[in-house]
Design a protein around this ligand. Structure first.
Ligand SMILES: NC(=O)c1ccc[n+]([C@@H]2O[C@H](COP(=O)([O-])OP(=O)(O)OC[C@H]3O[C@@H](n4cnc5c(N)ncnc54)[C@H](OP(=O)(O)O)[C@@H]3O)[C@@H](O)[C@H]2O)c1
Length: 287
């Protein structure tokens, strides 16, 4: 009998972590979640997952979680944490594990992100320098990003944000998780950087209309100047350089739609979920 695989998920209680944990349990792996001490979302970890407390800002605290792991699913919370400790974290992962799967970004795929920006491209470079079997998931934006519109949808029914015509290929978080799970437990994905996207090209404004159809409400969109949105994004915690990068990218997507791939279907054997499916599952969060 072969031993069960031991997989650690880092970034376990965000958008992608919970579906990844559930799907990993279904593979029969021993599943671990790294959870910060006072994580307000700790209840998103499904039953059956082994919880280890640790903090990426203090790499030593990861030691117990890493002891005996085969694979690590790494999501770095760039919004909340600098990458200062990333080299040390990766050195520890390299000592403990054979394989790492990273959630990276479409920004790396299209050359928008440079290694010196201390974001996904930087982490990809660090990982490529290790002896780990690595897989990078260069994902487009999450469907869950539309939750950022929820306060305005609830309050006024009109979303005021720039670049409603930005045409995106947003991915369902559970589909990204499903690709990650295959790369974590199956062979044949080492050294691969996959562009992961949703199945359809859809503008931001179209997303809001679909949410409206699901809610049975007539929702509107009003384009506002990028500077107005930038101020709100920074006030809500976005690092200014990330807000600038996102807004420049959205503007670019009003001229040329975002790239798309069929990686979800190719790797998981199931069609990628549509935005309408996501909106139906998430309807209560807009009510
Ligand atoms: N959203 C997008 O459209 C998009 C696009 C491309 C790539 N990505 C990448 O996708 C990845 C996953 O995103 P996500 O939305 O699921 O998660 P996220 O919001 O980036 O990360 C949240 C997770 O990280 C944990 N975390 C925060 N600080 C930590 C620390 N110091 N030590 C250990 N864990 C810590 C959080 O726990 P707490 O609750 O305790 O803070 C939570 O579990 C990220 O790396 C992101 O850069 C996202």
């Amino acid at each position: 009998m072969t031993a069960k695989k031991v997989v650690l998920v880092v970034g376990a209680t965000g958008n992608v972590g919970p579906p990844a944990l559930s799907q990993l349990l279904e593979t029969g792996a021993v599943v671990r979640a790294l959870v910060t001490e006072n994580d307000p979302n700790a209840d998103r970890v499904p039953a059956g997952v082994e919880v280890f407390h640790g903090d990426l800002a203090e790499p030593e605290t990861l030691r117990a979680a890493l002891d005996g792991v085969d694979s690590v699913f790494l999501m770095w919370p760039f919004f909340h944490l600098s990458v200062a400790t990333a080299p040390e974290v990766l050195a520890m992962i390299e000592r403990a594990a054979r394989r790492v799967v990273l959630v990276s970004s479409v920004g790396v795929h299209i050359g928008l992100e440079r290694p010196d920006n201390n974001c996904h491209a930087y982490l990809e470079e660090l990982i490529a320098r290790t002896g780990l079997e690595w897989t990078s998931l260069r994902t487009t934006g999450f469907m869950a990003n539309a939750l950022g519109f929820a306060p305005q949808i609830k309050a006024t029914g009109v979303v005021r944000f720039p670049f409603g015509a930005a045409a995106r290929t947003a991915v369902h978080e559970a589909d990204l998780a499903a690709v990650a799970v295959r790369a974590l437990v199956d062979d044949g994905h080492a050294g691969r950087a996959y562009l992961v996207s949703g199945p359809e090209v859809m503008t931001q404004e179209e997303q809001v209309h679909i949410i409206g159809e699901v809610l049975g409400r007539d929702l509107g969109w009003q384009d506002v100047r990028a500077e107005e949105a930038r101020a709100r994004m920074v006030a809500s915690g976005w690092p200014p350089s990330y807000a600038d990068g996102a807004l420049d990218y959205f503007e670019q997507l009003t001229k040329e739609p975002e790239v798309r791939s069929s990686v979800v279907e190719e790797i998981t054997g199931r069609p990628a979920r549509t935005f309408r499916t996501w909106a139906s599952e998430s309807a209560d969060r807009f009510r």
